[in-house]
Design a binder for this molecule. Structure first.
Ligand SMILES: [Zn+2]
Length: 236
């Protein structure tokens, strides 16, 4: 049976070649979404193996984060930046699920997932999600969930709609607004739990901070966070 599937896959590939979503090269058997060459050029952090890493330190005094890790570093010209751009703006959801699955396996092997009850993707602004049709963090969360067996739920927390004028405020005002940005719709589901919040990129950390605080206020006991990438300044 598996032989039949192999042959039919090859047959389908003749007419619909599977291409790497990063460099466009033909994918070979066993490769999926991104070719091995491109995967190897993604600069990885080892944050999941180090307690007190610089990303965790970035949240000290801001919110109570159990563990924090990012797969890669987000900077100009980095491979992960291009991939995340394709995931967010070009409809390539497979990039999110594939990298989520890969990172989920890395996190599992490093013991990072132990004790985590539920995966919670950071919600998008409702207007942005309507326009995009999907939330890239959902794709990453479902990949991590598939690799780890920890359930992912996107009905736990929601983002409050921001009005147009709120997006134009100064940095300080924006941070003030961000504090009340999330509402936990199902507090009963998070009470006493250890949650893993998932986002595509951690840039300043203020979105994560607001999300973590909202989950703690709703009764979560521990909240850990992961992202596909963290801004370079948070990783030095
Ligand atoms: Zn490639």
């Amino acid at each position: 049976m598996s032989r039949f599937i192999d042959i039919s896959d090859d047959f389908i590939s003749l007419f619909f070649p599977r291409l790497c979503m990063s460099c466009g090269a033909h994918l070979v058997r066993g490769e999926r979404v991104i070719c091995t060459g491109c995967l190897l050029t993604i600069a990885r952090t080892d944050f999941h193996t180090r307690r007190g890493n610089t990303l965790e330190q970035a949240f000290w005094g801001r919110c109570n984060v159990e563990r924090a890790a990012a797969f890669s570093v987000y900077n100009r010209g980095s491979r992960i930046r291009t991939l995340i751009h394709e995931l967010k703006y070009k409809g390539k959801k497979e990039i999110g699920t594939m990298l989520g699955d890969l990172y989920g396996r890395i996190l599992s092997d490093g013991g990072f997932i132990e004790g985590i009850d539920m995966i919670v993707p950071v919600p998008l602004h409702p207007a942005r999600q309507r326009e995009r049709g999907y939330n890239q963090s959902d794709c990453i969360a479902s990949g991590i969930s598939a690799a780890t067996g920890v359930p992912a739920r996107n009905d736990i927390i929601r983002r409050i709609e921001m009005t147009g004028s709120q997006t134009k405020h100064s940095r300080y005002d924006r941070w003030e607004n961000v504090k009340g940005l999330f509402v936990v719709s199902r507090p009963g589901a998070v009470t006493g739990k250890h949650l893993l919040v998932v986002d595509d990129v951690v840039t300043t950390g203020s979105t994560m901070e607001a999300c973590v605080n909202a989950l703690h206020e709703a009764g979560a006991v521990r909240v850990s966070i992961v992202a596909l990438a963290a801004a370079q300044k948070l990783t030095l």
